[in-house]
Design a protein around this ligand. Structure first.
Ligand SMILES: [Zn+2]
Length: 152
């Protein structure tokens, strides 16, 4: 299982591309997710989204609890109105740290590696990581939060 090269730099076009939903969980998708998982471990990251390894599928890896979990076609269906601001980094933006306000709790729907729909309610750091990775799948980076005022 190869460790993939992580795309870095705010000016990389792939990081700004909106990803496409996966129609079916194929062998190719499973291999991509395995490689992405290895890459997340090697980079000591909390998550990794497909555009960061130069791919356009709507998939990512996130650390939920202590487990790295692959999410296929994730969609956040609920954002708590309560937000919290915390400093975030990104494997694609070395040495950049930005205060990002995120909902404290969310509900995320996704497919697991068997193509079965799952729904999870997440809080705190788990919710933050998923929001960060789903942003990547929309072509959004932490830099986009740079000019937001801090929430009260
Ligand atoms: Zn990131």
């Amino acid at each position: 299982m190869p460790v993939l090269k992580i795309v870095t730099g705010a000016d990389s076009p792939i990081l700004r591309k909106k990803t496409k939903k996966v129609a079916k969980v194929t062998k190719e998708i499973l291999k991509l997710l395995k490689d992405m998982q290895e890459t997340t471990v090697a980079a000591d990251g909390l998550g990794l989204a497909a555009p960061q390894v130069n791919r356009t599928e709507r998939v990512c890896i996130v650390r939920m609890g202590s487990k790295l979990t692959p999410l296929i076609n994730p969609d956040i269906t609920y954002f708590s109105p309560e937000k919290e601001s915390a400093e975030e980094g990104c494997l694609s933006l070395p040495n950049v740290w930005i205060q990002v306000p995120r909902s404290i709790s969310i509900v995320v729907k996704y497919w697991d590696t068997k193509g079965k729909e799952q729904e999870r309610m997440l809080k705190d750091i788990d919710a933050r990581v998923v929001q960060h990775e789903v942003d990547h799948l929309e072509g959004k980076l932490i830099l986009d939060y740079d000019h937001h005022p801090k929430p009260m």
